[in-house]
Write a protein that binds this ligand. Structure first.
Ligand code: TYC
Length: 101
């Protein structure tokens, strides 16, 4: 590309850069009590009792459930907070993250 020909490069750039979003995923296990999972979801992800119960039951029935999407840093921090809350109470509760398509 010559100095005067910036057409391709200019065209490819968005007016506003959007950060890639990452999913926080709740993983089911056989040991963590349901009420504990609900309490962690409410505390870490700021969802209400009803939403929290639905998310927990979806993971319980299907194996996993997407809790929310955030920027990479926030998703990783919240996943760690949730996993650490389980660990501190002696449960194998696990949250993972993955980039959105
Ligand atoms: N399966 C657990 C039980 O029956 C409850 C549970 C639900 C645990 C969702 C983890 O991500 C989870 N006590």
């Amino acid at each position: 590309m010559s100095d005067s020909d910036t057409r391709l490069r200019t065209k490819a750039r968005r007016k506003t850069q959007r950060p890639k979003l990452h999913k926080v995923i709740l993983v089911n296990d056989d040991f963590t009590p349901r009420e504990f999972v609900v309490a962690v979801l409410k505390a870490v992800f700021r969802v209400n009792e009803d939403q929290s119960y639905r998310i927990m039951m979806t993971a319980h029935r299907r194996g996993v459930c997407v809790v929310a999407v955030y920027t990479k840093d926030v998703a990783e921090t919240k996943a760690s907070e949730g996993t650490e809350a389980g660990k501190a109470a002696g449960y194998p509760l696990m949250f993972t993250t993955e980039p959105e398509e």
